[in-house]
Ligand binder design. Structure first.
Ligand SMILES: *[C@@H]1O[C@H](CO)[C@@H](O)[C@H](O)[C@H]1NC(C)=O
Ligand SMILES: *[C@@H]1O[C@H](CO)[C@@H](O)[C@H](O)[C@H]1NC(C)=O
Ligand SMILES: *[C@@H]1O[C@H](CO)[C@@H](O)[C@H](O)[C@H]1NC(C)=O
Ligand SMILES: *[C@@H]1O[C@H](CO)[C@@H](O)[C@H](O)[C@H]1NC(C)=O
Ligand SMILES: *[C@@H]1O[C@H](CO)[C@@H](O)[C@H](O)[C@H]1NC(C)=O
Ligand SMILES: *[C@@H]1O[C@H](CO)[C@@H](O)[C@H](O)[C@H]1NC(C)=O
Ligand SMILES: *[C@@H]1O[C@H](CO)[C@@H](O)[C@H](O)[C@H]1NC(C)=O
Length: 494
């Protein structure tokens, strides 16, 4: 999806036929919108998963299709990244009590075991290289066309989704099922990350060959929780242990003092990119403090970055005109974007909200909030009188600041509400000029992003990934790699 090669084939305005749509949800209150859209989003996800998804006839069992759209753009494929991010959402909802999702989760795992073994243009499983392939046909065969490959975030994200389900099964005493059906897939993915993290690849938008913050942040998380998961099962992941500190070390290079430079590459961009917002929610740990080293949502770094990234969209979209500094705006991928018109994206706007809901959770949990030199400008944009200091949850300042952040976060969801069509369907983008839905319709990731933002707003959070055990940055960074072994996984009965 969103490939630079595909980009060249697209004529601007191909979707102008839908531009007359008028958003009609402005009047319903935010919480009732969230409640109804939440239900639609879960169904929207399930509609795009084979074999029974109503919008993806022909997709194999457990295959997560990115969107039913087959032309302009053609997203009728399964991306490892989108599928894993989506399944993490389903796993968390399953653990929270929606038992109807378990068969879909198991079918996904069956499908991914097969996908790992499919030789493809990135390589095959013998040395792990094939795991970096970004997308496959929906019948679990290789996609052989030109593409931005490899993309090294996929294995890490898949490991994270599977570990969440695996840990749940272990807690239910089903360790042997986890060892036979889940660990072999996870082990391949962890070994891939440990072996290849220090090589370049394409970013999550499939355009930039270099080092992507999102990829590395996701890899760090996977290695840390992967090591603990291995130990739980009486296995080991030596590559996890040796490489995780070095990945964390390299991640610090993306910080320039006020923001995250999302791609270290010769790309001619400012570096301000929703890549970093999505990273912050991907590595959110509900047990963490506001650690700068892991860019936790409430960290001074992540808040300063949030301001710069959001501000980079204020003046470029017509839909954002007239919104004052400190009020929410529509957020796209990055300001220089031209793909499908370079519009705001639902999932990027939702990520801006979700990071702030995560931060509110963290402040409430620790009982205090710090305004530092680094985060001061973020807070001052919301509350002009904000000043450097530590504020305990019993203080008026704490209440003032956190309620300002909550209002700001809700503002991003309100923008999504404003530009969601009356049938609740979430496309990939909405027009920068008038907010009508654009590009691929019913984007699986848009629905998944809605679910996580609504859950975090509600205080529903995923399990910790152990970031507090892995937030110490080595004094010296070094490029490194741990060569792993790879085995063809086979999933037995559940
Ligand atoms: C899988 O799907 C692709 C793309 O539609 C098609 O070309 C190929 O023949 C299919 N392969 C099998 C084994 O069904
Ligand atoms: C960091 O990068 C951003 C985006 O390019 C830029 O606006 C900002 O001024 C930079 N900060 C520093 C301290 O150089
Ligand atoms: C403040 O935070 C502490 C520590 O987390 C907690 O025990 C206490 O209940 C909180 N107080 C309020 C008013 O929320
Ligand atoms: C807030 O408290 C922490 C822990 O005591 C301290 O390290 C930090 O410097 C304080 N920040 C400010 C702005 O006073
Ligand atoms: C929902 O509305 C959008 C925008 O008007 C439209 O593109 C889409 O086809 C509709 N979906 C359904 C299932 O009617
Ligand atoms: C939020 O939580 C309330 C109960 O605390 C529940 O009724 C509501 O459905 C939840 N909303 C979402 C979107 O999860
Ligand atoms: C490899 O790691 C080193 C040390 O952090 C870093 O300087 C280098 O840029 C990294 N290269 C890639 C491609 O990840």
């Amino acid at each position: 999806m969103f490939n630079a090669l595909a980009l060249a084939l697209l004529t601007p305005g191909v979707l102008s036929s839908v531009l007359h749509q008028i958003p009609v949800r402005r009047d319903s209150s935010l919480s009732s919108f969230i409640q109804s859209e939440y239900t639609l989003s879960l169904q929207g996800v399930l509609n795009n998963i084979g074999p029974d998804g109503s919008k993806v006839a022909g997709a194999s069992s457990g295959v997560v299709v990115a969107s039913p759209s087959k032309v302009n753009p053609d997203y009728f494929y399964t991306w490892t990244r989108d599928g894993a991010l989506t399944l993490k959402v389903l796993v968390d909802s399953f653990i929270a009590g929606d038992s109807s999702l378990e068969s879909t989760i198991q079918q996904y795992i069956d499908a991914e075991a097969q996908i790992q073994a499919v030789a493809n243009p990135s390589g095959d499983l013998s040395d792990g290289a094939g795991l970096g392939e970004p997308k496959f046909e929906v019948n679990i065969t290789a996609f052989t066309g030109d593409w931005g490959r490899p993309q090294r975030d996929g294995p890490a994200l898949r490991a994270t989704a599977l570990i969440a389900y695996g840990n749940h099964l272990v807690s239910k005493g089903e360790e042997s099922t986890v060892k036979s059906n889940i660990w072999p897939i996870v082990e391949n993915d962890l070994n891939y990350v440990a072996q290849y993290w220090n090589q370049t690849g394409y970013d999550l938008w499939e355009e930039i060959l270099g080092s992507s913050f999102f990829t590395l942040a996701s890899q760090h998380r996977a290695l840390v929780e992967g090591s603990a998961f291995a130990q739980t099962l009486g296995e080991s992941c030596t590559g996890c242990d040796s490489q995780a500190p070095q990945v964390l070390c390299f991640l610090q290079d993306f910080w320039n003092g006020t923001s995250i430079i999302s791609n270290l590459a010769d790309d001619g961009r400012t570096g301000l990119d929703a890549n970093s917002l999505i990273s912050s929610i991907q590595t959110f740990d509900p047990e963490a403090a506001c650690d700068d080293s892991t860019f936790q949502p409430c960290s001074a770094r992540a808040l300063s970055n949030h301001k710069l990234v959001v501000d980079s969209f204020r003046s470029i979209y017509t839909v954002n005109s007239g919104k004052s500094a400190g009020s929410a705006v529509a957020v796209g991928r990055y300001a220089e974007d031209v793909y499908q018109g370079g519009n705001p994206w639902y999932l990027c706007t939702l990520a801006a909200a979700e990071q702030l809901y995560d931060a509110l959770y963290q402040w409430n949990k620790q009982g205090s909030l710090e305004v530092s030199q680094t985060s001061l400008s973020f807070f001052q944009a919301l509350t002009i009188s904000a000043a450097i200091g530590n504020y305990s949850n019993s203080s008026d300042t704490y209440s003032t600041l956190t309620s300002a952040v909550k209002t700001y976060a809700d503002g991003f969801v309100s923008i999504v509400q404003e530009y969601t069509p009356s049938n609740g369907s979430l496309a990939e983008q909405f027009s920068r000029d008038n907010g009508t839905p654009l590009s691929a319709g019913d984007l699986t990731w848009s629905y998944a992003a809605f679910i996580t933002a609504a859950d975090r707003r509600n205080g529903t959070v995923p399990s910790s990934w152990g970031s507090s055990t892995a937030n110490t940055v080595p004094s010296q960074c070094s490029g490194s790699s741990a060569t792993g072994s790879y085995t063809t996984p086979s999933v037995g009965p559940w």
